[in-house]
Design a protein around this ligand. Structure first.
Ligand code: GLC
Length: 466
């Protein structure tokens, strides 16, 4: 080990002076604030290129062995690149507790996933013990959830905003696992090649996407300007909310219950998105979910992409054709007077089912998955945003994911929530009405102004049922 690295490791073990740490950190390119983080303690392993899962330290969690031999089923993410990692993580839980975990894969679409959960929970099925739930669902799933207040890792300072979001009538329906915020990804190599910068407005993005696309198509006829999520499902609600908020078009339903959708800035924002289809974006974008967009992007066939933070780690993987050629930052603003950058707030929590026959084991699993050490590994290996603030100052996390530091204000509270608190158990009706209307607009089946007026009536009717 080099002297420099030794000093950093000593720092993490509390054995080096502040001065020597900052010097050593500078020598390996760790910025001073991150190095200072190492001095605050709590960081247990080497900073440079750390493997989050290998470094996972569960010793502080005191996982219980009382449920040794029990078997639980847990619904986690869709089938995808993270499966092997999750299986290895779950094996560590089994090793520590003796609880056998059968991991069930859920649908990629949040909309389909909710339908599946409602069917299972509505039937009071005992064969699923715990599941990951979307940040917009606590109000819908609360009747089926065990209270997890006592299980939330007392060592972690979880984001209060998300804990409040997940608390329904005093019950903690889900422990925050990771949060999400919509981001713009761009091909830094191509932005540079064409003498462009990071787009600040949607008009900038359109112009840049067009320039790069036209240039690249000379050699690659499949090349696209901008890919995003346009299918009629929850993901489109997220993208479309960003378009309208960034254009000063309100939040669909405001926190006081006012249905605010029918306004010119929102209508303009939808018309703008419609103009992308078949120009800078493929016709097929109106059927895309996250992984469809990322597939085009990851193959090196798009200049810009809207997606969640997970796409960063995958782009930077050793076998990625776009490794080292990717920039990430805020989504653009619109052009009106109230224009602003907007990122929809997403994210997932762990819920334990009220119908579980092994509630203690299920709760222990939720506690494990959402704990600080697991969130740290998830952040390092998969660029999943932690829900524990201290991890945004963790040197190894920041080294793996430098954009966590840059975008910290967005991740720590600046992201825009969907109107799920105000619509409570009717949120899915609200979102379905919204994404259906927006999808009809962007596919050219409906005129934006007329369709938004009809949507306003639909949303008012839904809210009247509350
Ligand atoms: C991401 C977000 C989630 C959102 C979903 C939509 O998984 O974390 O909140 O509902 O995308 O596709």
């Amino acid at each position: 080990m080099s002297e420099t690295k030794k000093t950093l490791v000593n720092a993490m073990n509390g054995k080096a002076s502040r001065r020597s740490v900052l010097k050593a950190a500078a020598a390996v390119g760790v910025a001073a604030p991150f190095a200072a983080g190492m001095l605050q303690g709590g960081i247990q392993s080497a900073a440079a290129g750390e493997d989050g899962l290998a470094a996972l330290d569960l010793s502080g969690l005191n996982l219980s062995k009382d449920y040794d031999g029990q078997e639980i089923s847990v619904i986690l993410g869709a089938d995808g690149p993270a499966v092997a990692w999750e299986e290895a993580l779950v094996a560590k839980f089994t090793e520590a507790t003796g609880i056998k975990v059968n991991v069930v894969r859920g649908p990629e679409s949040a909309t389909e996933r909710l339908a599946q959960y409602q069917q299972l929970l509505g039937a009071q099925a005992t064969d699923v013990d715990a599941m990951m739930i979307d940040v917009i669902w606590p109000g819908i799933l609360a009747p089926h959830a065990l209270d997890l207040t006592a299980a939330m890792d007392a060592n972690g300072q979880y984001f209060e905003r998300i804990v409040a979001n997940n608390t329904v009538d005093g019950t903690l329906v889900g422990i925050p696992w990771y949060t999400d915020a919509g981001l713009l990804y761009w091909r830094s190599d191509l932005v540079e090649k064409y003498g462009l910068g990071q787009p600040e407005t949607w008009a900038d993005l359109e112009a840049a996407a067009k320039t790069i696309m036209e240039g690249e198509r000379a050699e690659n006829p499949d090349f696209q300007g901008f890919v995003w999520q346009g299918a009629a499902y929850e993901g489109l609600t997220c993208d479309a909310l960003e378009w309208q908020v960034s254009n000063g078009g309100g939040h669909i339903i405001e926190p006081d219950g006012t249905v605010s959708i029918n306004n010119p800035s929102a209508i303009d924002a939808f018309n703008r998105a419609k103009s992308w289809v078949g120009t800078i974006s493929p016709e097929g974008v109106t059927t895309y979910k996250e992984e469809d967009a990322r597939g085009v992007w990851q193959d090196g066939n798009a200049a810009f992409m809207r997606n969640w933070p997970y796409a960063w780690s995958l782009a930077q993987a050793d076998d990625s054709v776009i490794k080292g050629k990717v920039g990430v930052g805020l989504l653009p603003k619109g052009d009106g007077p109230d224009a602003q950058n907007a990122a929809t707030l997403g994210g997932w929590q762990m819920m334990a089912s009220k119908y579980s026959e092994h509630p203690e084991a299920a709760i222990e699993f939720c506690r494990f998955l959402t704990s600080e050490p697991v969130q740290r590994a998830h952040a390092i290996d998969w660029s999943r945003l932690p829900t524990i603030e201290a991890l945004y100052d963790d040197a190894a996390v920041l080294e793996a994911q430098p954009f966590f530091g840059e975008l910290k204000p967005v991740f720590l509270g600046g992201a825009v929530p969907r109107p799920s608190t105000v619509s409570a158990d009717l949120y899915n009706d609200v979102s379905t009405a919204y994404f259906t209307a927006v999808n009809e607009i962007i596919t050219g089946q409906a005129d934006a102004a007329e369709r938004v007026a009809a949507l306003e009536t639909e949303l008012k009717d839904i809210m009247a049922e509350l």
